[in-house]
Design a protein around this ligand. Structure first.
Ligand SMILES: NC(=O)c1ccc[n+]([C@@H]2O[C@H](COP(=O)([O-])OP(=O)(O)OC[C@H]3O[C@@H](n4cnc5c(N)ncnc54)[C@H](OP(=O)(O)O)[C@@H]3O)[C@@H](O)[C@H]2O)c1
Length: 249
């Protein structure tokens, strides 16, 4: 039963977070959504009868004020906010980009988890779902900074499962391969043409494919912990091994 259950989704203004928020609402959850672009977040919240609250997971004060606006009991936290910046090699990396990826993907996830832990506990049936990545256990040329951050994010998520043993708190990592969202547009600083080349000639996942997994993991019975779900497009065998139909750019 998901009626009267409360879910929080970070990074719900686009992509996987938005699709997950919509799918969780359809499954009966009441949604609290966080992201920096409040205008877009408000549109999503209005469509599902949820709540939009400004959130920057890289800013501890923002995380605190976001948490303070939430109900006392939270059943589900979807740590989704994050992404990649650049595709520079190890010998040419940009420190600011790497710091930002660590801030959003790792510290942001940890800050949100710490801030909402008392509310997850208070529900007596709390669940943390982290949106990781294939880059959490594989890497690829140019992906060093993002893969390092997602490897670290996976370590944080797995540590929570160990530390919370016996507390009726479930912990899941959902690790997608290539999903066509705004991810690559953000990665390449708004260069939509370069972003579209990432998916040329192959069939990527859709945000809805990941949202399906979020809802499935969340709606298992309370004694069932889904540890990890890895989802790749059929056209992707490894982070750096993609099948492209001939004629594609
Ligand atoms: N797309 C893929 O191929 C793929 C594959 C594996 C894993 N992932 C992971 O999936 C998650 C969602 O990515 P996506 O593909 O849906 O990309 P997206 O469309 O770019 O969405 C990213 C979301 O994160 C939010 N966000 C980014 N930085 C934030 C911050 N500092 N504070 C709060 N919110 C922040 C963005 O909202 P605002 O900009 O409004 O803040 C946006 O809602 C990310 O963690 C990403 O690493 C993506």
């Amino acid at each position: 039963m998901t009626d009267n259950k409360i879910a929080v989704v970070t990074g719900a203004s686009s992509g996987i977070g938005e699709a997950s928020a919509r799918a969780l609402a359809a499954a009966g959850y009441t949604l609290y959504l966080g992201a920096r672009r409040l205008d877009r977040l408000a549109v999503v919240a209005a469509a599902i009868g949820g709540h939009a609250i400004a959130l920057d997971v890289t800013d501890a004060a923002s995380v605190q004020s976001f948490a303070a606006a939430l109900p006392e009991k939270i059943h589900l936290l979807v740590n989704n906010a994050g992404g990649a910046l650049g595709l520079a090699s190890i010998v040419d990396f940009d420190e600011q980009q790497w710091l930002h990826m660590y801030q959003s993907n790792v510290l942001g996830l940890a800050r949100m988890t710490r801030a909402l832990y008392p509310r997850l506990q208070a529900s007596k049936d709390g669940h943390l779902i982290s949106i990781g990545s294939l880059a959490g256990f594989e890497t690829y040329a140019g992906g060093g900074g993002y893969a390092a951050a997602k490897h670290a994010a996976r370590a944080v998520t797995e540590t929570a499962r160990l530390e919370w043993l016996g507390q009726q708190l479930r912990v899941t990592s959902i690790d997608p391969g290539m999903v066509e969202t705004e991810f690559s547009v953000v990665r390449f600083g708004g260069d939509t043409e370069r972003a579209s080349r990432v998916y040329a000639g192959m069939r990527p996942l859709h945000a809805q494919d990941i949202a399906d997994a979020v809802v499935w993991a969340a709606t298992r019975p309370a004694h069932v912990n889904v540890d990890q779900i890895v989802i790749r497009p059929t056209d992707q065998a490894r982070a750096d091994k993609v099948f492209r139909r001939s004629g594609a750019g």
